[in-house]
Design a protein around this ligand. Sequence first.
Ligand code: PMP
Length: 428
Amino acid sequence: KAARSISEAPPAVTSIKRSPAFEQLDGYKERQILRGIARMQGLDVPAFRQQESRPGPISVMNGKEVLNFGSYDYVGLNLDPRPGAAAKAAIEQYGVSASGSRFTAGERPIHRTLEARLAKHYDVEDALCFVSGHATNVSAIATLTGKHDLILYDAYIHNSAAVGAELSAASRRSFPHNDMDALERMLHENANRYRATLVVVEGHYSMDGDIPDLGRLLELKRKFGFWLMVDEAHGLGCIGATGKGVREVYGVAGRDVDVWMGTLSKSLGSTGGYIAGSKTLIDIMKYEAPGSVYSVAVAPPLAAAAACSLKILAEEPERVKRLHENGAYFLARAKALGLDTGDSIGSSIIPVIVRDPAIAIALSNKLLEHGVNALPAVFPGVPLNAARVRFFVTSEHSKAQIDTALSDTARLLQELGSSPIAHLIATI
Ligand code: PMP
């Protein structure tokens, strides 16, 4: 058929078919209902709060100084001038953007410097960086597994790992949080049914601040022969005597875990994600993971900042020691005040569990009015009856700041009493 010439008019449209309105989308409708309920209870849902300063222990929010327990800068490296200076030097040398994927447009030496340091940190053969932690999990999990495989993941795994599992063609199931007996039963039931099984856990869970039983996981790995993937987004810099993460807590060699995953955006004060492991694993990631082949490389200044932070972390273990002292102090004080901190081990993540989502939101709002920033986590991030306000403790907080935040929390929680839906929540 001959192509229509440009000057020819297109055929007349006889009936107009409308696309569905965005307002009809399920997520949007649900959010409108939740917003309505929140408004009826006089609650302002705290999201997209504005901060006009670096997120340190004291931050400026809406022009006011507040005590900040809402940042992942666990060992203060986003406050340190050195990573920032390394980022500026990298801009001078390489420009702001990598301007393309490393696969096609080539890499900068700073990418390999960072990856060599990450490989050293985990004591494994190699590492590869991606533009974000989220993109890393999505890309890596979907690349490694296919339709003949099974993915078993902890029920509290981060959204990025769950999305990666969903996008892979593999079968997938979650096991109850940290329940190794349940995992063993699932492994037993599925033995020999799949080409490979990938078990995904976190090294330090972001909602509860607890850790997995790595010893038992390695025992199960020897028994059933699966790949073990550990997301160390909140492990690096936070747990283990020198911040090496969950493997340091258990005295485990880096090579005992098949896939280490993490992010540059928390303790390392930058932005990006990474996979670390064997040379073969990294070769697969480099040449097959869509986030490597089809996506731009980590921006050079961000790679330089993260590489610098990792070096500082190795040279200044006292940062981790200070974080641990602060975490232990926070946990002990919170318990003394009768606050429910769940299973937190008392490092950088300490939830104050209030159960009722309305109370969690109201508490966070009241805290901000009193000059303390700590954010709520509610369903679906946590179970409906397990709402909490999470405190991210850092090496840079002072004991006095912790005392103020906790006494305000205990007092405001008492003043809030219970919400109109508390009785309902209590029965769930
Ligand atoms: N994994 C976990 C456990 C996380 O908590 C997060 C982010 N909060 C990510 C992955 C994603 O990392 P990023 O924010 O760097 O994309």
